[in-house]
Design a protein around this ligand. Structure first.
Ligand code: SAM
Length: 292
């Protein structure tokens, strides 16, 4: 008997993976959590039937969402990760010896336990003594932080389910307040190329553009996310520039161990296709960047 996993990207578009084994299935208090083994992408974590992370392409997303902001913050010592239960973003942040505090707030403890059980390479950062793992709602957490952060990375699920209220203006205002005088928030955003998602992206960009000093967008190619073209919103506070002259060489101490990120990828990610610039016209500042 053939087993296939299918994710519906729209009523007329589906993405399927052959499955060799169902490894885990659990209805948590927040979502349906499944882990399957696939010949094409290795182990795949699904939340409410949507691909979260896969053995084979997770490095693209986790390196992009982490190294782009941290490379712009050479003085950064304190980082907050909201969501990120699979551990990939924490693993990448833990590569920076200069970080003193890496706080991570994941609403669903079952995701953390499943990551420990089935994705030990992705959640390797969980063993780092600087990592403070809290099981809780990122929206509530960010309202009452003890000390300012240099970077906030919002690695949550899509704007449905527990992640829904992480896509609203009040949350971004609280994140702005939780950052120090100079800081960056990066949040993953939906694909710009599919109509069903494009409206969500513009709405998310409007919330952030109204809250932060400047908003930039960068793109990455993640084969197992809808259409493969994926967005990251780079929200700057206090004049931080994504291609600033003070980009930190700190990542060079481990650069060779990275599989995706490098300075060329960093710069190129902010070069946007015309359709994306038009879609987010008036909201993003990428045209101010010197991207030769
Ligand atoms: N890379 C994935 C993506 O692009 O969809 C995200 C992976 S990570 C598994 C997403 C995590 O966000 C999930 O573990 C989910 O439980 C968590 N999450 C959703 N809403 C949250 C909230 N309000 N506070 C904290 N974590 C949340």
């Amino acid at each position: 008997m053939e087993l296939w996993y299918t994710e519906e990207h729209s009523p007329n578009c589906r993405f399927s993976l052959r499955v060799t084994r169902q490894l885990h299935s659990e209805k948590t208090p927040f979502q349906q959590l499944d882990i399957v083994a696939t010949p094409e992408y290795g182990r795949v974590m699904l939340l409410d039937g949507l691909v979260m992370t896969t053995d084979r392409d997770e490095f693209v997303y986790h390196e992009l969402i982490t190294h782009v902001p941290l490379a712009c913050l050479p003085e950064a010592r304190r980082v907050l990760i909201i969501g990120g239960g699979d551990g990939g973003t924490a693993r990448e942040a833990c590569r920076y010896p200069r970080l003193e505090t890496i706080d991570m707030v994941e609403i669903d403890g079952a995701v953390i336990e499943a990551a420990r059980a089935w994705f030990p390479d992705i959640c390797a950062g969980f063993a780092d003594p600087r990592l403070n793992l809290t099981v809780g709602d990122g929206m509530e957490y960010v309202r009452k932080v003890a000390a300012p952060y240099d970077a906030i990375i919002v690695d949550s699920t899509d704007p449905v389910g527990p992640g829904e209220h992480l896509f609203n203006e009040a949350f971004y205002r609280d994140c702005y307040a939780a950052l120090g005088e100079q800081g960056v928030l990066v949040s993953q955003g939906p694909t710009p190329i599919q109509p069903e998602f494009a409206g969500l992206l513009r709405e998310q960009a409007e919330f952030i553009a109204r809250t932060f000093d400047r908003l930039y967008l960068y793109l990455g190619h993640i084969p197992t996310y809808p259409t493969g073209t994926w967005c990251f919103l780079f929200a700057a506070k206090g004049g931080i520039e994504p291609l600033g002259s003070r980009t930190d060489a700190g990542w060079r101490t481990f650069g060779e161990r990275l599989r995706y990120y490098n300075p060329g990828v960093h710069r190129g990610a902010f070069g946007l296709p015309n359709y994306v610039r038009r879609q987010l016209d008036g909201l993003i500042a990428n045209d101010r960047l010197d991207i030769a």
